[in-house]
Design a protein around this ligand. Structure first.
Ligand code: PBG
Length: 327
C-alpha cells in the first residue's frame, strides 16, 4: 500500500486538530436576544423556550448582569407592550417598553452593546409588521413609522438598530432619518434576507406577535428562493446597511454562504426560536446531547460564512468558547 495522501494524518491529536481548524469564532461575535415586558417584578419563562424569559424593566438589570458575566456583551432587545393599536404607536413612543429598557440598560451597563429589533408586529393590534390598507400591509406609510421607531430607540440609547419588518426601502428610510438627526455613526444591521418561516413559532408566543389574520408571506420571503435573497441583500447594501443578516440560520446555511460570498459587509445569522425549541425539547427527552448539538450548530453557521451569530444559546456558547470546546 503506497498511500501518500492520508487525510487522517492531521486528525491524530487534539492539539493538531485545533491547529488546522478552518473555522474560528469567538464570543465577541455573539448577540443574545432578550424580551422585555411592561409591568414590575416580572420574570416569566416562555413556555416554548425553556430557559428564556420575559422580564420587566426593573428585573432586566439582573438578567443583563448574567449575560455580561457569561462573557456576552451584545444583546438584541425585543419589546412586548401592554397596549397595541392599528398603527403600532407603542413602537415609536418615547416611553415605550424598549425605550424604557434602553435607558435603564444604558445607565447601568455602559459596557453593554445595545441592539434593538425595529418592527411593528409586537405593537400592532393585527400583529402585522406594518400598517394596513384593507388587508394589505401597506409598504410606504410603514417606512416613516419604522424610521421614527429606529430614531426613538437611538435617542433612548440603542447603539445599533436592526429592522426586521421586510418592507421595501426601510433601510434607506431609517438611514435618512438617523442622518437628519445627527446619528450618522449609528449602524444598521438589516434583517435583509428573512424568510417566512415556521421556525418563528415560539417567538410569536413569546412576543404575542402572531398575525391576527393571514400570514407574513407578502413581505417575508418564500423559502424556495435563493436569488431573491441575494437581491434583498444587495438592495440593502445599496440602501446603506452596515451588516446583513440571514434568518433563520440552520435551514438556510446555503443562503448564508452565498450572501457572505456576495456582499462586502459583515454577515450575521440568527438561529431563531424554533431552532432553540427543537434542541431544548429533544435534549429534555434525553434524545440528543444539548451542549454538543449547540456547538455543532454554531460552528456550522460560522463555517457557512457568518461572522456574527444571534442565538438564544449565546451565554452557553460563550462558555464553550472559553473552555476551548469550539472556536
Ligand atoms: C419581528 C421578528 C420576529 C423574529 C425576530 N423579529 C418574528 C417574525 O418575523 O414573525 C423571530 C425571532 C425568533 O423566532 O427567534 N418581525
Amino acid at each position: 500500500m503506497e498511500l501518500v495522501k492520508r487525510p487522517r494524518r492531521i486528525r491524530g491529536k487534539e492539539t493538531l486538530r485545533r491547529m488546522v481548524r478552518e473555522t474560528r469564532m469567538d464570543k465577541s461575535s455573539l448577540i443574545y436576544p432578550m424580551f422585555v415586558v411592561e409591568g414590575t417584578g416580572i420574570k416569566e419563562e416562555i413556555p416554548s423556550m425553556p430557559g428564556q424569559y420575559r422580564c420587566s424593566v426593573d428585573c432586566l438589570s439582573r438578567e443583563l448582569e448574567t449575560v455580561l458575566q457569561a462573557g456576552v456583551d451584545k444583546v438584541m432587545l425585543f419589546g412586548i407592550p401592554d397596549h397595541k393599536d392599528e398603527a403600532g404607536s407603542g413602537a415609536y413612543d418615547e416611553n415605550g417598553i424598549v425605550q424604557k429598557a434602553l435607558r435603564e440598560a444604558k445607565k447601568n451597563f455602559p459596557e453593554l452593546y445595545l441592539i434593538t429589533d425595529v418592527c411593528m408586529c409586537e405593537y400592532t393590534s393585527h400583529g402585522h409588521c406594518g400598517v394596513l390598507r384593507g388587508d394589505y400591509v401597506d409598504n410606504d406609510p410603514t417606512l416613516e413609522l419604522l424610521a421614527r421607531t429606529a430614531l426613538s430607540h437611538v435617542q433612548a440609547g440603542a447603539d445599533m438598530v436592526a429592522p426586521s419588518d421586510m418592507m421595501d426601502g426601510r433601510v434607506a428610510a431609517i438611514r435618512q432619518k438617523l442622518d437628519e438627526r445627527g446619528f450618522v455613526e449609528v449602524p444598521i444591521m438589516s434583517y435583509a434576507v428573512k424568510y417566512a418561516s415556521s421556525f418563528y413559532g415560539p417567538f410569536r408566543d413569546a412576543a404575542e406577535s402572531a398575525p391576527a389574520f393571514g400570514d407574513r408571506k407578502s413581505y417575508q420571503m418564500d423559502y424556495h428562493n435563493r436569488k431573491e435573497g441575494l437581491k434583498e441583500a444587495l438592495l440593502d447594501v445599496e440602501e446603506g446597511a452596515d451588516i446583513i443578516m440571514v434568518k433563520p440560520a440552520m435551514s438556510y446555511l446555503d443562503i448564508v454562504r452565498e450572501v457572505a460570498d456576495t456582499v462586502n459587509l459583515p454577515v450575521a445569522a440568527y438561529s431563531v426560536s424554533g431552532e432553540y425549541a427543537m434542541v431544548k425539547a429533544a435534549a429534555s427527552k434525553g434524545w440528543i446531547e444539548e451542549d454538543k448539538i449547540v456547538c455543532e450548530m454554531a460552528a456550522s453557521v460560522y463555517r457557512a460564512g457568518a461572522g456574527i451569530y444571534l442565538t438564544y444559546f449565546a451565554k452557553e456558547l460563550a462558555g464553550y468558547m472559553d473552555e476551548g470546546r469550539i472556536g
